[in-house]
Design a protein around this ligand. Sequence first.
Ligand SMILES: [Zn+2]
Length: 309
Amino acid sequence: MPRVFPGKTRPLCGRRRTGVNARLESTKVIVRQLPAPTPAFHWTHESWGVALRCRPLSAVTQHGFTTRQLALRGGMDVHPAEWASVAALVGVELDQLAGVRQVHGRAVRVLASGKIAAAVLERRPDADAIVSNERGLALVVQVADCVPILLADRFTGVVGAVHAGWRGTAAGIVGEAVTAMRGLGSKPANLVAALGPSIGPCCYEVGEELVTAFLQAGHARAQVDQWFSRVPRCSIVPAGRGGEMQGGEMSLRLDVAAANHDQLVAAGVSAENVHVAGLCTQTHRDVFDSYRADGQTAGRMAAVIRVPN
Ligand SMILES: [Zn+2]
């Protein structure tokens, strides 16, 4: 069964059609109804469409999660206008946006405060998280089903952005990001975390080899059993071989957001400061980019956060 986070409503995404009534039009994507996120999150209207923001994180610094309406289909050099819109979400220029080349690993790019040259910001080293305390700098990761995680220290101004697919989650990327933030002077107890839209356990059917991969990565069996669930699958037998619904077969699901939530808490972040948007990218494919739904043609969404001034 999908996890229920203490103190938070986290309904099944299949039931989440009853959202805020909104009729929005952009030149490319029309969203007829916005799904309702968990109460810590809210929609904002931008020049290109809608973005999602987390209220407790907004109290610390500027940030945002883009949607399908901002079509990101290439790098900053190829599509500067779209990426400038990402930068504008947090009030910076394009050249103040620091990213990485995401490789589903556990490496963290650390940009410590100091004179960070433009050439340094143009680089995209292999990593799946970025942390920084350089004032005015913005950090960005891209996702389509994977979990985008934004982190901010309430007191020191250290922020982080994390891309966590199943591989990164098995490798403990979000815990690595918290460790890197500690290296810049953060205390985990002072961190606020926002987990944006990602593929939910309602849709994320996976193979048994993922359970093995998580166990081999060192996660405790009890935790792994919480992150993975088995739900009955009703399959239709082709005509001529019965032709009726058959139950009994089980489908393995991964709740990758729950795994990252739990890893943040294990790293010392207070559970009450970890906020999960609770929106499935595949269920709401009209709003979000989903690699599982759209395959190779899927666009990407950005999660961006700014080091406060
Ligand atoms: Zn779903």
